[in-house]
Structures are given as structure tokens and as C-alpha cells.
Design a protein around this ligand. Structure first.
Ligand code: FAD
Length: 397
């Protein structure tokens, strides 16, 4: 059916539980990775190897890779459902989610040779593409001012610089790296002159690439990465030199949508956990959940999550139909991160002192979901996008 006025076909938005078989399968997998598994990893700051391997073997991390390259070629909404369910079950996909969205840069902008040599191996898990090197210590959200340089030298580029918060670098074979190939003062716009490389970290470590663990509030296996005259073969440049920032931007809507999905899942876990505890904990001779002061923050968080989910679903539907979805993807990330945080606060408060006891998992999830208001993009930067690109207000930076 086509809209006669615009000539475009309507965007279909499914309500209720979509991808029920996938969701059920994810719930079954997650049941084998209970809170005790995550608590133990958290205490040891260890990587959830078994969890990631199980998802990889079952094919859930390669759902977005087209079938011709060994994946299942499903729409973004399927990946969204997978990540939401993982988080709603109390697990955490932070150890392996990056592959889902950074693979898109290779898929959309990589050469035929690059796609056919890497994607099938990524689909089977033989190669792990989990590291994404964008953020730098001195420039932060001002991505186009990043300092890491890649200078052409014969058949190679020589890379010098530093990245920070490069999560999963110790647990990935490949890194998608954004570096400057033309100095900022030699380009027309500061978004030009940046390039994307696929760095094979197996060859690079000890040969110009050093990775150091970065201790953090949550167990996110994050690192600092140092480049000291690292040689990266020119054949590992993705797309055209100097166009890298646009390639990364292309992938950001998918990233926002997938992170919003995880966050929504976190929110669902908090609401369900808070509701269950409120109904069973008896103080002053009745369940604490009988008091409206306990009920209302949980009910409000639930309502906020429902609203965030609708925007998220619309973002997915627009993305899949190839229409602009920047507004919805950004707003979905904003609303879900705030709704999940309100749910986290309600859940912690509902648990009283036991909210601080590690065995309840509330404090761990509370710490984990706080990240979503900061990474991969902070709330202010989303608001700046909405103010400038959606509402047309003057640029602030
Ligand atoms: C656990 C964790 C994992 C991460 N993993 C990765 C990863 O794998 N790869 C990667 O590349 N990065 C990663 N990051 C980095 C993350 O994307 C950044 O932390 C985030 O984008 C914010 O950048 P920043 O920390 O440099 O903050 P800054 O840019 O220094 O900003 C600090 C604060 O100032 C605000 N601010 C800055 N400029 C403005 C402005 N113009 N207007 C209004 N407010 C402003 C910001 O909103 C923020 O609240 C990770 C971060 C964390 C904490």
C-alpha cells in the first residue's frame, strides 16, 4: 500500500511481543547465567567468556550479518529484541554488543574483499570484532578533534596516538579505529580528514599497540589503548580515506537503537524485581507494596518505559524502511536511559538496606544502568542534537 500524496509506503510498527521465538530462546539461554554468575565476574572483573560463546554458537551475535556472509540477515528489530531480553533477564550484553553495530560500518563501506574475508569469520565467532576505538582522553565528545594520527607510508599507514575507554580490547581480535589522516587545519570541514581502519590486534599487540586495563565502576572490560608507530596495512582502510567520520555517523543510529534496547531491558528487570520484592516483603504487618509511596515510583518507571519503547519501536521501523531515524533513535536512547534509571532508583529504594546487599543484584544492575546516560553518548549531546537538528536552534558547538 502506498501513500498517494508522498509516494512512500507506510512504516509498519508491530505492537506486543515481536520475535517471540527469539525472545524465548534468549530467556532460556539467560536462565543458565543467573545473578551468581554475573556477581562472580563482577568481583573478579572478569569477562563473561561462556556467556558470549553460548550466544555466538547459537548465532545470536550474527543476526545482522547478511546470509551470504554466514549470518541470519535479520532486521535491526530482531537484534533489538535479543539485547532487550538479555538485559531484562538480569544479564549484560556489554561484553559482546559492539559487534552488532560496528559490523555495519564494514558491511556498508567495506570492499568486497574485506567483507568476504572478515564477515563469515565474524559470523562463526572465529574472529571477534568487539573493540571500537573512538573516544580519546583529551578530546572526549568532540570526536572530530581527536588526535590519533594515521600517516600513509608505502603500503601501510603509521598510527600514533591514544584511545580511552576502548571496551573489550583484550577480548577482541579486531578493532574498528577512527584516526585523523589529514590534519584539521588542512580540511574544509573538521568532519573531513578522518578515516576508519580495521586493526588486527593479534598482529599489532607488542608491535606498536599496547592495551592497558582501565578500572571502572562496572565490570565492562574497558581499556586504554596506545599506538606507537603501529603499522596498519593500507588494505585495512575501510572505504575512502578522509570519509571515516561519515561512516561512523552512519552506524550511530543503529548503535543508539541497540543501546536503548538494552536499557529498556534493564528497566524491565528493575520493575519486575522491585514489584516482586514489594509484594513479598512484609513490614508493619503488610507487604510494603501495599503502600502507595512504594507503588508509585515503580508504576511511574513502568509508564516511562512503555513510552520509551514506543519511540524505540518507531526508530527501528524507520531504520528498517531506510528512512531518516536520527530523531527517534536519539530520543529512544534518551528516554530509555532515563526511564531505566528511574526504575533502578525505585528498585533500590524498594529494597531498602537489602538493595545494598550484593546477592540481590540490584546494586550491580543499578551501577550498570547508570552508564547508559553517559555512553556511548551523553544525555547533553543527545539534547544538543534534538535542539539543533530537530528543532533548528543555533549550534552550540
Ligand atoms: C564504561 C565505558 C565504556 C565505554 N566504551 C567505549 C568504547 O568501547 N569505545 C569508545 O570509543 N568509547 C567508549 N566510551 C566512552 C564514551 O563514549 C564517552 O565517555 C562518552 O561519549 C562521553 O565522553 P567523555 O567521557 O569524554 O565526556 P566529555 O566529552 O568530557 O563530557 C563530560 C560531560 O560534559 C558534557 N558536555 C561536553 N560538551 C558539552 C556541550 N557542548 N554541551 C553540553 N554538555 C557538554 C557531557 O554531556 C558530559 O556529561 C566508554 C565509556 C565508559 C564510561
Amino acid at each position: 500500500m502506498t501513500n498517494e500524496a508522498t509516494g512512500s509506503s507506510p512504516v509498519m510498527l508491530e505492537l506486543g511481543e515481536d520475535y517471540p521465538e527469539i525472545r524465548e530462546a534468549i530467556r532460556r539461554i539467560c536462565a543458565d547465567f543467573p545473578g551468581s554468575y554475573w556477581r562472580d565476574l563482577d568481583a573478579r572483573e572478569a569477562y563473561p567468556t561462556e556467556f558470549v560463546q553460548t550466544l555466538t554458537k547459537a548465532g545470536y551475535l550474527s543476526v545482522l550479518i547478511p546470509a551470504e556472509y554466514g549470518g541470519s540477515g535479520l532486521p535491526l528489530r530482531a537484534a533489538s529484541a535479543i539485547l532487550e531480553e538479555i538485559h531484562a533477564a538480569g544479564c549484560n550484553a556489554g561484553a559482546c554488543h559492539a559487534q552488532m553495530y560496528i559490523m555495519g560500518t564494514l558491511l556498508r563501506h567495506g570492499s568486497v574483499e574485506q567483507k568476504s574475508s572478515y564477515l563469515p569469520k565474524i559470523a562463526t565467532g572465529e574472529l571477534r570484532l568487539q573493540a571500537f576505538g573512538v573516544t580519546e582522553p583529551t578530546t572526549g565528545s568532540d570526536t572530530t578533534s581527536l588526535k590519533t594520527r594515521a600517516v600513509r607510508d608505502g603500503d601501510d599507514y603509521i598510527v600514533d596516538g591514544q584511545k580511552v575507554w576502548t571496551s573489550r580490547a583484550f577480548h577482541s581480535d579486531l578493532m574498528l579505529l577512527l584516526a585523523r589522516t589529514t590534519p584539521q587545519d588542512q580540511v574544509r570541514k573538521k568532519t573531513e580528514g578522518l578515516s576508519v581502519f580495521l586493526v588486527d590486534m593479534r598482529e599489532a599487540r607488542g608491535n606498536g599497540l599496547e592495551i592497558r586495563p582501565l578500572k571502572a565502576m562496572i565490570n565492562h572490560n574497558t581499556t586504554e589503548v596506545f599506538f606507537d608507530r603501529l603499522r596498519v596495512p593500507a588494505r585495512n582502510l575501510i572505504g575512502e580515506e578522509g570519509k571515516g567520520f561519515r561512516y561512523i555517523l552512519d552506524g550511530m543510529n543503529a548503535e543508539r537503537i541497540l543501546i536503548a534496547s538494552e536499557t529498556l531491558g534493564d528497566g524491565r528487570w528493575f520493575v519486575n524485581t522491585a514489584k516482586a520484592y514489594a509484594c513479598e516483603r512484609v513490614v508493619f504487618g503488610r507487604p510494603i507494596g501495599q503502600n502507595q509511596g512504594v507503588q508509585f515510583p515503580i508504576a511511574r518507571a513502568y509508564a516511562e518505559l512503555q513510552g520509551a519503547e514506543m519511540v524505540l519501536r518507531r526508530a527501528c521501523a524507520l531504520f528498517e524502511s531506510g528512512r531518516p531515524c536520527g530523531e527517534d533513535a536519539n530520543i529512544a536512547k534518551l528516554l530509555s536511559s532515563e526511564a531505566a534509571w528511574h526504575a533502578a532508583e525505585a528498585c533500590l529504594q524498594t529494597h531498602g538496606g537489602f538493595g545494598f546487599a550484593r546477592e540481590y543484584d540490584v546494586e550491580r544492575k543499578w551501577r550498570e544502568t547508570r552508564l547508559m546516560q553517559i555512553a556511548p553518548i551523553s544525555t547533553n549531546l543527545i539534547l544538543a542534537y534534538v535542539a539543533e537538528h530537530v528543532l533548528g536552534m543555533p549550534r552550540s558547538y
